[in-house]
Design a protein around this ligand. Structure first.
Ligand SMILES: Nc1ncnc2c1ncn2[C@@H]1O[C@H](COP(=O)(O)OP(=O)(O)OP(=O)(O)O)[C@@H](O)[C@H]1O
Ligand SMILES: [Mg+2]
Length: 486
């Protein structure tokens, strides 16, 4: 049995069925980029459209998830189309003009635009533009869901045609129940406009349909996507909490970690974890690669690293700085007498000096360094408290590999499956895949999937569709292929 497919939760609201698909991923994605929902749904009169957006914001008390809905009862307010309809009506000249507009006559179009603007002004003066609209300047209010304790503020725009709902939940507390409650409140507002039975028999699907598909893995990496490594993930969550609550830290005289050193074999997820931590904190992510620092000219590397820290002291927004492949920047291996080693030693010296008071100088910054070779990293960096957290990121064991497979497959399904297109078979045998992939890392598992995806896509391209979903056997074959002849 496999539980790879993201399951939807379905709930009933006022006779309508609402399906929430993979709401947890959706909430996680909203931390990074606003997520738009319901945009493509159809609504009972007079509601024309509903935009529901989940996004993230920073408040003095910490980051929050914001839920916003706008319910519009006007067609595009005073759009050219609407004015044309209004102005032209059944008037014979109007009909003639309408025909010419349809034929693309630019003069006719300009005449109508002119007439339209004048007519719109007149209509507005007379107050006629409001006649067809049922909502007129109503008092702001609140809608509340008692079960999860969610309150949405209700406001109306000055034309009375748009109703807005707004609610916020602290990021540490937000759950899919909040999303569900907010959708319910939005539907309640729709019912107030359209009547008690207006939603009966309708079906709404809340899914990642509109999430950007280009960057599902790199930009929106979250800790939820990490397979295995439960201890590491929970430690990073703790660090994120301490970062987001400086006032609590100060009250107790506590100090949050300022530097984190992650070490382990290649492909085990160190870079991924750093990105996910940045997202968990709600921080910008700044990655420093070795070439950015090391410069063949005398003094160039020192200047570069000084510049990096000078910038870091000025960041106004929370920023995670990742020194990836840290050992090549600061390493014992470079402790020779040649010019290159001397340059590296000089860089290491500056680095240590800068790390001494960076966090005191700018509390917006947190530093992560990753390495495959912890023994090459100068001990004094860790002993001195410049890096106060040291995290080992080992290769995944068998249960962890099963979880990595499960999470990656789920992610691919969420990003690529659509009605009529099934990417993976329903009965993937994760245990068999985990057993077969002994010794492999998360990066290897990603590669296994990539190869099968590519071969399916090629088959699809050759045959024009009609390709069956990816099976366990196909994945196992890909595992064997990557392992190579033993
Ligand atoms: N535990 C994991 N869970 C989910 N995905 C993983 C995991 N480990 C690795 N991956 C996948 O493998 C990719 C490569 O991992 P990543 O670059 O983070 O490894 P790394 O430890 O930084 O490697 P290196 O030491 O070579 O830099 C990630 O983008 C992710 O897709
Ligand atoms: Mg890496």
């Amino acid at each position: 049995m496999s539980d790879t497919r993201p399951r939807g939760e379905t709930f009933e609201y006022a006779g309508a069925t609402v399906e929430l698909i993979d709401a947890a991923t959706l909430l996680a994605a909203a931390r990074v980029n606003p997520v738009d929902l319901l945009r493509t749904a159809t609504w009972p009169e007079p509601v024309q459209r509903v935009d529901l957006t989940v996004s993230s914001a920073d408040r003095p008390g910490g980051p929050v998830h914001t839920f916003a809905a706008s319910i519009s009862t006007a067609e595009e307010p005073l759009s050219k189309e609407r004015i044309r309809k209004l102005v032209l009506g059944n008037d014979p000249v109007g009909l003639l003009l309408a025909k010419r507009i349809e034929a693309g006559d630019p003069i006719a179009t300009r005449i109508v635009d002119g007439v339209g603007a004048a007519a719109a002004a007149a209509y507005k003066k007379l107050g006629l533009d409001r006649q067809t609209q049922p909502v007129t300047n109503r008092e702001p209010g609140t809608l509340a869901d008692a079960v999860v304790g969610l309150q949405a503020e209700l406001t109306y725009d000055e034309t009375g045609t748009v109703v807005r709902l707004h609610a916020e939940v602290p990021r540490d507390e937000v759950t899919t129940a909040h999303l569900q409650a907010f959708v319910g409140l939005t539907l309640q507002a729709v019912i107030e406009l359209a009547g008690p039975d207006a939603l009966t028999g309708r079906r709404f699907v809340i899914s990642r349909e509109n999430l950007s598909k280009e960057a599902p893995t790199t930009q929106t990496v979250t800790l939820d996507m990490v397979g295995g490594l439960a201890d590491v993930v929970s430690e990073l969550r703790q660090i994120a909490v301490s970062f987001r609550h400086p006032e609590a830290m100060a009250r107790w005289g506590a100090r949050r970690p300022q530097g984190i050193l992650m070490y382990g074999p290649p492909g085990t997820g160190k870079t991924m974890l750093s990105r996910a931590l940045a997202n968990e904190i709600g921080a910008d992510f700044r990655e420093i690669r070795t070439p950015e620092i090391l410069d063949k000219w005398l003094g160039g590397s020192e200047r570069n690293i000084k510049q990096i820290f000078r910038d870091a002291r000025r960041y106004r927004v929370p920023t995670l700085i990742l020194f990836d492949e840290f050992d090549s920047i600061i390493s014992y291996a470079g402790a020779g007498g040649d010019a290159a080693s001397q340059a590296i030693n000089a860089v290491a010296g500056i680095f240590k000096q800068e790390m001494n008071d960076l966090i005191e100088a700018n509390p917006n910054v947190i530093v992560v360094a990753t390495t495959n070779f912890p023994h090459r990293v100068d001990d004094s960096l860790i002993r001195s408290g410049r890096f106060d957290v040291k995290i080992s990121v080992p290769k995944p064991d068998e249960p962890s590999r099963a979880e990595i497979f499960r999470k990656m497959v789920r992610g691919l399904i969420a990003a690529h499956e659509a009605p009529g297109f099934q990417m993976f078979a329903d009965d993937l045998d994760l245990a068999a895949l985990a057993a077969a992939s002994h010794g492999m890392t998360g990066a290897d598992i990603k590669e296994i999937l990539r190869r099968v995806q590519l071969s399916k896509a090629m088959q699809d391209a050759r045959t024009g569709g009609q390709v069956s979903p990816i099976t366990t056997d196909e994945l196992l074959a890909s595992v064997r292929e990557l392992l190579g002849p033993r």
